[in-house]
Write a protein that binds this ligand. Structure first.
Ligand code: G1P
Length: 297
């Protein structure tokens, strides 16, 4: 199969949001971890904005029990709108409008059982249908001065077609937390992927390049996930199915030129809050002063 025959437009993005978020207990008892805020925006909104910037038209959320508030969040609130209008809060109305996907552009399905990321992605198969799609793991919040992580993947995809994942370097001590790839020959804007392994031991890791949670995948992944055996952690792993897909289709990697924050961990979540707060015009100067005072500088 030639690359160009696979280079179909990517219109839909999948967001797996079924995870329990035990690292954020007790808050996650009633607030999904994806709704915790980095500065004043829920974690999930960062991923949705990144997808929109990359031209995504339809947003597919794979949720679970106690995640209904995510669906409510992406709905309009007529009473709130009316109140803000009556109070002439044009700026707040704009914030609401900006956070809102267009009517009919979201879909929600439930994972039902916590069987792993591969299973969560498979749950989106009917909604995605027979077309390539983007996958964004919302826990990973990306920060970039240039173009967003998915947008830069899209640019490479326009050249390579096929399947594409974003990778970053990590401390070799941390490879066992991630999916790790083996890099092959360089191609336009990226490189071939020669191998990948989910949560390897340090001594078995093929590199320190980890899969950072942004993917463009062809729909054939669903058929492979359907009969994917359990892998690392006893879960159905997307990485294992991607490795099988790479045997029959082009599979490339692309290094992300920015910062990522793992907001599924407390440290990453706090770091994201500090980084975004420092960077914003409205909060930056004050937060910088507070931090400097705290550190006695
Ligand atoms: C998942 C993926 C892994 C990837 C990671 C990025 O792991 O399975 O390949 O490197 O996300 O955050 P999880 O964090 O769900 O254990």
């Amino acid at each position: 199969m030639s690359y160009s025959s696979q280079n179909r437009p990517v219109r839909k993005a999948v967001f797996p949001v079924a995870g329990l978020g035990t690292r954020f207990l007790p808050a996650s008892k009633s607030v999904p971890k994806e709704m915790l805020t980095v500065v004043d925006m829920p974690v999930i909104q960062y991923a949705v904005n990144e997808a929109r910037e990359a031209g995504i038209e339809h947003f597919v959320f794979v949720t679970g029990r106690n995640k209904g508030v995510i669906e409510d969040y992406f709905d309009v609130q007529p009473e709130l709108r009316a109140t803000l209008k009556a109070r002439n809060k044009a700026d707040m109305l704009e914030v609401l409008a900006d956070s809102q996907p267009e009517a009919g552009r979201t879909s929600f399905t439930r994972q039902q059982e916590p069987l792993g990321l591969g299973h969560a992605v498979w749950c989106a198969r009917d909604i995605v249908g027979d077309e390539p799609f983007a996958l964004l793991l919302p826990d990973m919040v990306m920060k970039s001065d240039k173009c967003g992580c998915l947008n830069s993947l899209m640019n490479v995809y326009n050249e390579t077609g096929g399947n594409l994942i974003a990778v970053e370097e990590c401390d070799p001590e941390e490879v066992s937390n991630y999916g790790v790839i083996k890099k092959g020959a360089e191609v336009a804007g990226g490189f071939e992927i020669q191998g990948m392994v989910e949560k390897p031991k340090k001594e078995d890791a093929p590199s320190n390049l980890f899969i950072n949670g942004r993917y463009i995948l062809q729909p054939e992944i669903f058929g492979l996930l359907e009969n994917q055996e359990t892998g690392a952690g006893g879960e159905i792993q997307l990485t294992d199915a991607m490795l099988r897909l790479s045997e029959t289709q082009p599979f490339h990697g692309c290094k992300f030129d920015g910062l990522s924050f793992d907001c599924g961990s407390r440290e990453g979540f706090i770091a994201a809050n500090v980084a975004f707060a420092l960077d914003r015009e409205d909060t930056g100067p004050v937060v910088r002063k507070i931090i400097q005072d705290m550190l006695g500088q």
